[in-house]
Every structure is written in structure tokens, then in C-alpha cells.
Design a protein around this ligand. Structure first.
Ligand code: GLC
Length: 638
């Protein structure tokens, strides 16, 4: 470390940003330098490293095309662009919702009708040729996976979407690379520089000692966190699959490579980076190596760099852990923000648990007031995604509520897997039926009880369950996410899990059914009934936004039966019955007060899994009344 005080902004190597970025660098460069100093300051070459990094960042900033520079100018200092309440996110694989990047256009009509403003395409960079964890084993950050398209296709897609008001989101898989990535192959061959890109343990004893502190992500399919590398006669850290080698962020060279890879992708038009597996990026031996303080320091540095060089870009944290821990990924204060967005996996798990239990108390508990967050940050709320429902995230909330975790999860999983009497779902246990406490796989439709040849009556009940969960996700603060296939109520993929020991997550990553998709858009059949739910919920958000700037305040209603969740959002109150049995109740007085007095204040009866709404907004009411079996009361002023 240099003994001389050194200012980023006044140092000899002032980077050559374009003028607007230079102003941002002059404002935040010292802060960035201080953050990086806390990570890498022990390195005697820190000053030169920092100057070189900034020179490279500036060179990439200068390469930004006019369209992106305009976006930078528009969004700089306005982080709230990404958390605007009318933003709806849609996530899917480029080769499952279409035939690659050049073919995504075929979905634009559907996305438009759903009100989608952010499209998350799951990994599309060059991936390991063999097994690759759905592309989360990247072998080249600079090139689109050939079977999905070219870099030119990516540029065209991002720019075409932008013209239609849709931002393209991509995964920044930075915790690990594929074992076929040139860094890994060089390390395997003994390149001393590249060996330092990874974490190595020399003996079986060290592995055992280290494992004793660590959890396992895939206990059945990929037990353990280390993989023996014969060429090196030692073990490399592999949190996920053995072919995904964890990068060593304590090495400044790794940080630099990732920053530059990210900025090159930003220059191809990516507007949001989903920071994959954020919890794992920093290891402190002797700890559980999850959510470490320096994982946050790395993110703070990435945020400062993007804010300086590419402020049109936002970061999303993928940290699947307890809610209090996830909140820290937003950053502590306005002065040190990290990610603008974070997934809310606890709400997803709680929704399913409450649905399975017929009792709203778990979902109520998870929706407790959240901490103050930096301006422009928001949760991404979802019913399903490409990963499992991981039950563990509910541990803190269940413990606080005095509920026994094991028996609650066992019962919920049994109901959602249809393995106990009264079970309605068609899910499976994600790490084998002997580990029901780990996670659940399955599409929203299947977990809700939809099945291809079922009766109209059974479909109607399953559709009410589906609608109930999505309605909550659209009403709570944050951005709703639609998992590809959900918009047409697509059921689990037709794969034989028994025959192949495959990753059960492929069950809920089906190829979008084109025929059903066409029927849904044409307004025909059951898929159209499902599509209408998400269409009207999307329109509802827009309708409320027109009259309710900010879509606030939000709170829960008290004093309701245990099966019912009550919410007030701006000028809308909602009652959501998680119980399969009908419930008769009255609108709580504070809902009437918040929204206006109802025409008809006689008791109302919600059917099992039914919804009731109270609003003075006639457009919102029109959309709500299109939800299956929903009761809508248009409030009037007293
Ligand atoms: C994230 C992804 C998941 C992947 C893992 C490893 O959790 O969502 O699909 O397996 O990271 O990259």
C-alpha cells in the first residue's frame, strides 16, 4: 500500500472519462478508492492497480454508444427508474420462451399485454458444453452462447426492447466460472497467476474442517463444497456443482476481470445485472462463508463503478437467505447503496406455506415492516422462479412465531407434492423425497393443483389458488415478477425424474407451449383464463398509479380470521382467503376508513381461496372484477 495520501480524483493517472462521467468520477472516485482500499489495500501495488482499473473503466465508458450515453444522462442520480411501481418483470430462458435471442420478438405482444417493463433472460453467455446448470457455468463472459445467437443479436435485442420501453436484464454470474473457462483450465494446468483466481485447500483434513462450517446447496446432486482436481492434487472450492469453480474475490485481479466483463455487457445494452449467488462471493475461513461483510463491500464497489461509468445500469441481488440478511444487500444508507433490487424469496416460500396450511399467519409474519432502504430500491416479489422454493429462508420467521420448522415444512411440502391426504399440488421434493425439508420444485400451475385433463370444477379451484398468490405479489410493495409459462398456466415439464437423476428444477423450466400461448392470446380456453389474471393485475397496477402517485401507503389489516390476509395499498383494500373453506366477515373499519365507505356493508362471504376488494377507483375496480370469483366493492365517500 502506498504511504502517501492519494486521491483518486487528483492522482497522476486521472482516467479519461467522457465529461459527464468525469464529473461523476470527480464526485465519487475518492469514495470508490476508499472502498477498494478496504478490500485490497494490503497489496503493495494497490495504487497502480487502482489507476489501471480506472483507466480501463474509462476506456469502456468512452465506448458507450450514443443511445446508451443518453440513457446514462437520463438516469444518473435517478436510481428510482428501476423501482417505479409500474415496472413488471418477466423471466425466462431464451431457448425455452423462444428459439434464441433473435426470436424473442415473437413474445413482444404477450409481454406488452402483461405490462412487462423488464425482461430477464436467464444465462445466455457461452456456457460449458456439457452439463452447465442452465448456463450458470459460464466459459466466456464476452460472447453470447452460439446456440442462442450472437453478440450482434444481443445488441439488437437490447436496443429493440428499449424502444418498446423494456429493459433487458442479464445474469452476472460472478461467484464462479465453468471449469472449462480459460481461467480454470489455466489454473488446472498450474498457471500461477490463474491459480490465484480460485480458492484451494491442500488436504482432506482442511476440507473436512471447512465443510463443518458450510451448508450445502445441492446436498443430493452435488454434495460438499470442494472438488478434487487431480492435476493439482488439491481441492478447489465449488459451492454449487463440481464444474462451477468459485472465484476468489480477495484477489484484485478477479475483481478487475469481473468489472470489465460487466461493463462490456453493459455496452451491449444490458440495463440490469442480476448478481447471481451474491451471498457466496466472499469467503472467511472458519465461518459459514455466506453474506460476509466483504461480500457487501464488493457490491458497494460495483455500485460505485456502475454509478460513475454506466448509470443507466442497475444491480439486483440474488441472495436467498433470511429477509433481514437480504435487506442488507440494498446497502445501509443513501451514502453507501449496493443493489437497487433484491429478490424476496421469503414471501414466495411463505405464500406457498400459507396456501398449503390454509392459514395466512406465516405470510402475514413475513410481510413485517421492512427497514429503511436507500432511495430507488425495491423488492422483486414472485410466486415462482427458475429455482426451487427453498424452505430454509423461513426459519427465522417460523422461529419467531414459535412454529416448529420441520413439521410445518413437512406438512406444507406434503400438500404441495400431493403426497398426504388433502394434498392438492403436483410438486416434488427438490433434493429427493428423503429430504422434503430442503425445497420444492414445480410450476405455479402444478403446485396450485392445475393438471391437464382435470374437471372444470377442479380447474376453477386451482385457478383461485393461482390468482390468490399472484394477487398478493402484485399488491405488496415491490416489483412483481412473472415466471415464464405462468402467464398461460403451464404445468410441470414432462420429464421423467425417476429415469434420470436430473436436477428437479427442470420440472419448472418447461419450453413455453406455443399452441397454448397462441390460444391464450386469442382469448381461448383455460390458458386464456390464466393469462387474463396476470393481464388484469398488471392493468390494475397501472390504473392505481394514475390516481395514487407512489402507490402508497401499504399496510396489513388487523383483526381478521387466521385464514385471511388483509392489505391496504393506496386507495385499495384487499382480503385474501388462504383457507380452502368459505369465510364470512365484514370489512374492518380501518379498511373502510382508508378507502372510503362501502355501498354495501353487510357481511361478505369469501369462497375458499377467494379475494375481495374495496376501492373507489372505477378503472381498478373494472380490472379486479375480471379476476375469477373476486368480489369487488366500489367504495363511495360517506
Ligand atoms: C443462482 C441461480 C441458480 C444457480 C446458482 C448457481 O442461485 O439462480 O439457478 O444454480 O445461482 O449459479
Amino acid at each position: 500500500m502506498s504511504a502517501e495520501p492519494h486521491s483518486a480524483a487528483s492522482g497522476s493517472g486521472v482516467p479519461r472519462f467522457k465529461p459527464a462521467a468525469m464529473r461523476r468520477y470527480l464526485r465519487d472516485g475518492d469514495k470508490l478508492r476508499a472502498v477498494l482500499l478496504s478490500l485490497y489495500g494490503a497489496d503493495p501495488g494497490f495504487d497502480a492497480w487502482f489507476d489501471n482499473l480506472m483507466a480501463d473503466v474509462a476506456a469502456l465508458q468512452r465506448e458507450r454508444v450514443a443511445e446508451l450515453l443518453r440513457l446514462d444522462a437520463h438516469r444518473a442520480g435517478r436510481p428510482e427508474w428501476v423501482s417505479a411501481p409500474d415496472v413488471i418483470v418477466y423471466a425466462g430462458y431464451a431457448d425455452r420462451l423462444a428459439h434464441g435471442l433473435a426470436d424473442i420478438d415473437r413474445r413482444l405482444d404477450g409481454l406488452h399485454r402483461l405490462g412487462v417493463r423488464v425482461l430477464h433472460l436467464l444465462p445466455f453467455l457461452t456456457m460449458r458444453a456439457d452439463e452447465n446448470d442452465g448456463g450458470f457455468a459460464v466459459s466466456d463472459y464476452g460472447r453470447v452462447e452460439p446456440h442462442l445467437g450472437t453478440n450482434a443479436d444481443l445488441n439488437r435485442l437490447a436496443s429493440g426492447l428499449r424502444l418498446r420501453g423494456i429493459s433487458l436484464m442479464a445474469d452476472m454470474v460472478l461467484n464462479h466460472v465453468a471449469d472449462t473457462h480459460p481461467w480454470a483450465t489455466a489454473a488446472r494446468a498450474g498457471d500461477p497467476d490463474k491459480l490465484g483466481y480460485f480458492h484451494w485447500l491442500d488436504s482432506a483434513e482442511e476440507v473436512i474442517a471447512c465443510e463443518s462450517h458450510l451448508a450445502q446447496v445441492f446436498p443430493e446432486q452435488a454434495p460438499g463444497n470442494f472438488t478434487f482436481v487431480a492435476e493439482q492434487q488439491r481441492w478447489v472450492w465449488t459451492t454449487f456443482y463440481p464444474y462451477q469453480w468459485d472465484l476468489n474475490f480477495a484477489n484484485p485481479a478477479v475483481f478487475r476481470e469481473i468489472v470489465l466483463a460487466m461493463l462490456r455487457l453493459a455496452n451491449m445494452g444490458i440495463e440490469i445485472f442480476r448478481i447471481d449467488a451474491a451471498s457466496y462471493i466472499w469467503k472467511d475461513l472458519g465461518t459459514d462463508c455466506k453474506d460476509r461483510p466483504h461480500a457487501h463491500t464488493v457490491l458497494r464497489a460495483l455500485r460505485l463503478i456502475t454509478d460513475i461509468a454506466v448509470p443507466a445500469v442497475a444491480l439486483l441481488a440474488e441472495a436467498i437467505t433470511g429477509k433481514a440478511e437480504i435487506e442488507r444487500y440494498f446497502g445501509d444508507t443513501r451514502q453507501s447503496p449496493e443493489c437497487s433490487l433484491a429478490y424476496e424469496p421469503c414471501l414466495m416460500a411463505a405464500l406457498w406455506m400459507s396456501l398449503a396450511q390454509g392459514d395466512a399467519r406465516v405470510v402475514r409474519a413475513v410481510m413485517h415492516a421492512t427497514a429503511r432502504r436507500p432511495r430507488g430500491s425495491a423488492w422483486i416479489n414472485y410466486v415462482r422462479c427458475h429455482d426451487d422454493i427453498l424452505w430454509d429462508v423461513l426459519r427465522p420467521d417460523l422461529a419467531q412465531a414459535g412454529v416448529d420448522f420441520d413439521s410445518a415444512v413437512r406438512a406444507a411440502a406434503g400438500t404441495l407434492h400431493g403426497t398426504i391426504p388433502g394434498g392438492f399440488g403436483h410438486g416434488v421434493s427438490s433434493q429427493g423425497e428423503t429430504r422434503p425439508l430442503h425445497g420444492t420444485s414445480g410450476m405455479t400451475a402444478s403446485l396450485s393443483g392445475m393438471a391437464p385433463e382435470q374437471s372444470d370444477a377442479d380447474f376453477a379451484v386451482a385457478l383461485r389458488r393461482f390468482t390468490l398468490l399472484y394477487a398478493v405479489v402484485y399488491l405488496v410493495p415491490g416489483l412483481p415478477l412473472i415466471h415464464s409459462g405462468d402467464e398461460i398456466g403451464q404445468c410441470n415439464a414432462d420429464i421423467d425424474l425417476a429415469a434420470c437423476e436430473c436436477d428437479t428444477r427442470w420440472l419448472h423450466r418447461p419450453v413455453l407451449d406455443d399452441a397454448e400461448y397462441a390460444r391464450a392470446l386469442a382469448g381461448e380456453g383455460r390458458s386464456a383464463a390464466v393469462f387474463a389474471v396476470l393481464h388484469h393485475l398488471g392493468r390494475l397496477r397501472q390504473a392505481l398509479l394514475i390516481t395514487e402517485r407512489d402507490f402508497l401507503p401499504f399496510r396489513q389489516l388487523d383483526g381478521l380470521p387466521t385464514g385471511v390476509l388483509g392489505l391496504v395499498r393506496g386507495g385499495l383494500a384487499a382480503l385474501c382467503n388462504f383457507s380452502p373453506a368459505p369465510v364470512t366477515l365484514e370489512w374492518p373499519a380501518d379498511a373502510l376508513e382508508a378507502v372510503g365507505r362501502c355501498h354495501d356493508d353487510t357481511p361478505l362471504t369469501l369462497p375458499g381461496y377467494g379475494l375481495a376488494f374495496l376501492t373507489a377507483d372505477t378503472v381498478a375496480a373494472a380490472h379486479l372484477s375480471r379476476l375469477p370469483d373476486a368480489q369487488v366493492c366500489t367504495a363511495v365517500s360517506p
